[in-house]
Design a protein around this ligand. Structure first.
Ligand SMILES: Nc1nc2c(c(=O)[nH]1)N[C@H]1C(S)=C(S)[C@@H](COP(=O)(O)O)O[C@H]1N2
Ligand SMILES: [Mo]
Length: 342
């Protein structure tokens, strides 16, 4: 990585390979036959709706931003073109009670996110129609998505169809469902809110060694004996399993995004169909572990900060199919390939 990029990469982030842009979350909008349009409603005196061509006929702005996803991948210098939120607001007369803005998607789960109106404006939120000079593709939120510079990318909603001005905040989909931090500043690593799990309950669960199908976001299980843990289907985003014994643990289908397995003993652990996006597996013992069908976008097998510090251990019985390792960061992929064949 050229050294002049380093001051542009927030803590805990790594660069995707040249030309790569992962698709995260929903992959397509809700299906309807309605034409695309964008409405601006809520605390405004003049609500308004624009078709895509009407948006194209408004003054266009071009911004170049660095994308930082909460699952630890960054992509620098992406150029978006579209209409500034500020321009749309000028058509609608925001009422004095309007303090927040919610961006709603055409989505089966009614996906949305929100910001304070002040943040949305100081960050120069863009209603984007194009990326790098071409219309936004459907997979990345076309024809319309909002882009919030300087915030984790979950504040940028794909298939935007409603902007609502609110007097009180309304948490967005990820913020409410998954504990993503509502402020989302990557330079302050505002990835998650503190877990709501009661301490005594956490200890009881650790002793039972059964997390199956439970929502345990941010679970603190560092340096524990959890061999044989049953955790299939569990939601364990941002959980901390550093230095724990997890031999033979079953994480089938679990959500382990951004979870910490630094120096964990994961011999023969089962990660089949698990979500390991942004997970830290540096220095973990992965002999005999099975990663079939899991997602490893943004995951790490060695610590990139000290040059090649803490490296994961593999053996011939580690199952890491090629299609699973393909989205890894280039340096991580090179390391894994080397370790698997060496
Ligand atoms: N409608 C919708 N917008 C969304 C999401 C989603 O699941 N649905 N995921 C968010 C997250 S977490 C990220 S990182 C970015 C991913 O955008 P991309 O798929 O274009 O990379 O979209 C954000 N906006
Ligand atoms: Mo994300």
């Amino acid at each position: 990585m050229p050294s002049d990029y380093s001051n542009r990469i927030p803590p805990g982030q790594q660069l995707v390979g040249a030309g790569k842009w992962p698709i995260i979350g929903e992959r397509s909008p809700a299906q309807t036959s309605r034409a695309w349009q964008l409405s601006l409603t809520g605390c405004v005196t003049k609500p308004k709706t624009w078709t895509v061509s009407e948006l194209r006929n408004l003054p266009q702005s071009r911004i170049t931003i660095d994308i930082h996803c909460v699952t630890r991948w960054s992509k620098l210098d992406v150029e978006f073109t579209g209409v500034l939120l500020e321009t749309l607001l000028a058509h609608c007369d925001v009422s004095p009670s309007g303090k927040y803005v919610s961006f709603g998607a055409r989505s089966d789960r009614r996906h949305s996110t929100s910001l304070t109106l002040a943040t949305a404006l100081t960050q120069k939120t863009l209603i984007a129609l194009e990326v790098d000079g071409a219309p936004l593709g459907t997979d990345h939120g076309g024809p319309i998505r909002n882009i919030v510079p300087g915030r984790y990318f979950y504040k940028s909603v794909k298939w935007l169809e409603e902007i609502e001005i609110l007097s009180r905040d309304r948490l967005g989909f990820w913020e409410a469902e998954s504990g993503y931090h509502n402020a989302a500043d990557p330079w302050q690593e505002q990835r998650y809110i503190a877990p709501s799990l009661d301490r005594r309950e956490a200890i009881r669960l650790i002793e039972s060694r059964d997390f199956s199908n439970r929502d345990l976001m941010g679970m603190e299980a560092k340096n524990r004996d959890l061999s044989g843990l049953r955790a299939s289907g569990a939601a364990l985003r941002n959980a901390d399993f550093s230095e724990s014994n997890l031999q033979g643990a079953d994480f089938t289908g679990a959500n382990l995004s951004n979870s910490h397995f630094k120096q964990s003993d994961l011999q023969r652990a089962n990660f089949v169909d698990a979500d390991l996006e942004g997970a830290d597996l540096s220095g973990a013992d992965l002999r005999g572990a099975d990663f079939t069908g899991c997602s490893l976008i943004g995951a790490s097998f060695f610590d990139p900060a000290p040059a090649m510090g803490l490296r994961a251990i593999f053996d011939k019985k580690t199952i890491l199919p090629e299609e699973v390792t393909e989205p890894l960061f280039p340096e991580q992929l090179a390391f894994v390939r080397d370790a698997l064949t060496g």
